[in-house]
Ligand binder design. Sequence first.
Ligand SMILES: Nc1ncnc2c1ncn2[C@@H]1O[C@H](COP(=O)(O)OP(=O)(O)OP(=O)(O)O)[C@@H](O)[C@H]1O
Ligand SMILES: [Mg+2]
Length: 358
Amino acid sequence: MSIASDILKSSETLFSNPDALDPDFVPKLLPHREGQQQYIALAIKPLFQDRNGKNLLIRGASGIGKTAATKRVLYDLEEVEESENVPVVFVNCWTQNTTFKILSNIAHSLGFKFTHNMNTSEILEKVKEILKKRKGAVLTFDEVDKADDYDFLYLLSEEISKKTILLITNDFSFGEDLDPRVKSRLLPELVEFPEYSLQETEDILRERIKYAFYQNVWEDAAVKKIAEQSFKFKDIRIGIVLLKVAGELAENAASKKIKAEHAEKAIAKTDAIKIKASTDLTDEERLVLDLCKIHAGKIFGEFYEEYQRSGGKKSDRTVKRLLDKLENRKLIKQEAVTEGLQGRSSKIIYIGFEKKIN
Ligand SMILES: Nc1ncnc2c1ncn2[C@@H]1O[C@H](COP(=O)(O)OP(=O)(O)OP(=O)(O)O)[C@@H](O)[C@H]1O
Ligand SMILES: [Mg+2]
């Protein structure tokens, strides 16, 4: 029998439900986020009693359950009596990054699809008209810091009378440059998502194992190793990817258990920094990163000219900020150089996702 047919024939698997390890999977229970979920639910509750809801700014570092906990509350809400009178809208401002796109998206989620020939204020009127027939709405803006403009926040806070606006961000400076008119209308309460401890990280991964794997296939030491790595990077996403990779490695080795050696191999094979960075770049950051690859070795002034030549529209200050962000993520390095009369500048060194750098 050939190797291929041997492998393809083997139907044994350690995974009971591999979908539970997908990035978008929202578990029924989110250990250690009960308080935050309660807070979000309480902000929405007044809408069911014909009162105005509260607005929240949901803030915390990347990969610690902000999106998942919020979605859990919103999904659970759909089960509640009368929920059809309180529609829920969820917009990701990374992909829907302008007021026009965001309002169109809201109209679409509310069931009105014919926005293509309408302008922003016409769409807003339509949204108002739809919501007038309801008790109120929950308007959620995930990755809100990635939006190019915030007119939509002003318009919605001004024009929609009964709503809860949920703003989710991992940018701790978000809000500093918001127009005072927007701030004074929104007055969001802050819901902090603190980082998980090592024990909490382990609890969360053990809970996820219950969803995704058959019982008793994980050895204790393997779970602990993965929890430690996930904790080191302060990101549950990394732990979940490692659960999947270690499971696959054990399965490929025809092991009935996932052991410490599989966890170690998964950790060695999986570049955690890469996982973290790849889930977290905007289109503009990606463009700048691609240009860094092509123009590695250039100093900043030359690089900025290339950026403009390739159609980039942002100011040199903004591009410098983007480079700093990429450097923080260890995707590039900026090396200080002295450039004749121009004084100090920095040379761009490309690292990228390809190389492992931990
Ligand atoms: N308490 C928890 N229980 C179960 N799963 C969790 C918990 N916290 C985080 N996760 C899982 O970790 C992953 C990352 O969480 P999530 O997407 O909510 O991060 P985030 O805080 O929104 O990060 P970002 O700012 O990068 O968007 C998801 O797969 C999520 O299901
Ligand atoms: Mg998120």
